[in-house]
Write a protein that binds this ligand. Sequence first.
Ligand SMILES: [Cu+2]
Length: 158
Amino acid sequence: MRSLSIILAATMLVLAACGGGSSTPTPTPAPAADAASAQEVIAATLDVVMHDIYFGDTSDNISNPPVWTVKAGDAMTINLDNQGGLEHNWAIVKQGVEMPIPFMPDENEDLILWAAGILQAGEKKSEPFPAPTVAGEYLVICTVAGHYPAMQGKLVVQ
Ligand SMILES: [Cu+2]
């Protein structure tokens, strides 16, 4: 009889310990995680506007390329808006490669680090964009045959 009540008391102690253990830490990390993700959402989009045949606001991409700045390794969203009447792409060129002119999408695709994919005339789309993990400056081009070098920009990875 005495040993049974000891077991019961021990069981209740264990249950109490488990209950206290699981309820106390839960509220603490939750607000921190929310704040961190909210901050990342603000800086986690990359907006790209495409025209015939250039990126951004002006048609002088060769002398005045549009610059996009991101943080290395960020999981971002890229918003693409093709306002032109031709198809266009937004593609990051690997670092340290010599660019062929003209760029031929089929023969030169191994030079591309990441590409959004072709947007048809007037098409808009958003998709996940993994920022490069290696910091530095990257050439961004449109891979459609004949659009580089006229259509280019710069991606700065910090
Ligand atoms: Cu293009």
